[in-house]
Design a protein around this ligand. Structure first.
Ligand SMILES: NC(=O)c1ccc[n+]([C@@H]2O[C@H](COP(=O)([O-])OP(=O)(O)OC[C@H]3O[C@@H](n4cnc5c(N)ncnc54)[C@H](OP(=O)(O)O)[C@@H]3O)[C@@H](O)[C@H]2O)c1
Length: 265
């Protein structure tokens, strides 16, 4: 019976990391609520999974966000919320249209905050459940051309860390995690119009490995999960590097990306 199964709600389930979470959680015995804008993709996935609830929603739109909040608030068996929906953009903040940056903040920040609040409203009294907020290694630094992306992901880490402190100080068993992947083979780079070529093959991770690391980390109660040895080393270094060296590296990366973009034009 679906009602007897634990429920997981995954945002951005129509592609990439979110779809991979959905497949893995279905195998683990969860009933799923799949959220994204492309309903056809969600329906296909629901069929593949042998049944799941789908919600077509643009989480940057107030009415859609309210519908998802309401679904979460009504779910008495919600055990896992995965705030995964996200996207990247290309170009300097002051040169690109504001629209995309505004939507990114609505999706990465406002939707994550609102859906987390809705989920905790039920999880806290039940003293059970978890929230995975999909962040990025970009949360640990800044790079030209990624200002809003890095800033919103840093917010996700800070928000999740703050929640963790509150939950622990309230002696709650509810857990939270900020999942910080590096380059992962999904549709994100196609959607943003980014070229994958400048990134060496060894830097790309599979979405399956990212999801495995997240769920293994959740079972161990890890707050910040950075999948993959290379990225663990990178984050270790980023956290210790003097700002001047970090910024020199970021400027170099920014120049490389701009050169690639110019060659493509
Ligand atoms: N791929 C990477 O290298 C990488 C690295 C670090 C972190 N991440 C993070 O991982 C998360 C998942 O990204 P991905 O790599 O799996 O990218 P993806 O394959 O492009 O998937 C993004 C998902 O987000 C959904 N989405 C986008 N805008 C939405 C909106 N306004 N409302 C509702 N859903 C929306 C998309 O569905 P619809 O288009 O159907 O709405 C899609 O399901 C993101 O938060 C991203 O920042 C990715």
């Amino acid at each position: 019976m679906e009602k007897d199964k634990p429920l997981a709600l995954v945002t951005g389930a129509s592609a990439g990391i979110g779809r991979t979470f959905a497949r893995r959680l279905a195998r683990d015995g969860y009933h799923l609520v799949l959220v994204a804008r492309r309903h056809d993709r969600l329906d296909e996935l629901a069929e593949e999974l042998g049944g799941a609830e789908t919600m077509a929603a643009d989480l940057t739109v107030e009415a859609d966000l309210e519908r998802v909040e309401d679904r979460i608030a009504r779910a008495s068996n919600l055990e896992l919320l995965v705030n995964n929906a996200g996207f990247g953009t290309m170009g300097r903040f002051f040169e690109i249209p504001l629209d995309g940056q505004d939507q990114m903040h609505r999706l990465h920040v406002i939707a994550t905050m609102r859906l987390s609040h809705a989920a905790l409203g039920g999880m806290i009294p039940r003293n059970k459940g978890a929230i995975i907020n999909v962040s990025s290694v970009a949360a640990f630094g800044q790079s030209p051309g990624n200002v809003s992306y890095c800033a919103t992901k840093a917010w996700i880490n800070s928000f999740t860390e703050g929640l963790d402190l509150e939950l622990k100080s309230a002696e709650s068993l509810v857990r939270v995690q900020a999942l910080c992947p590096g380059f992962t083979l999904t549709e994100l780079h196609d959607v943003a119009g980014m070229d994958r070529k400048p990134i060496p093959a060894w830097m790309w991770m599979k979405a399956e490995d990212v999801v495995d690391a997240s769920l293994a980390g959740l079972a161990q109660g890890k707050l910040i999960v950075v999948p993959g040895g290379i990225y663990k080393a990178m984050v270790w270094l980023l956290r210790r590097l003097p700002k001047s060296l970090h910024h020199a590296g970021a400027r170099r990366y920014g120049r490389l990306m701009r050169r690639e973009a110019a060659q493509k034009r």
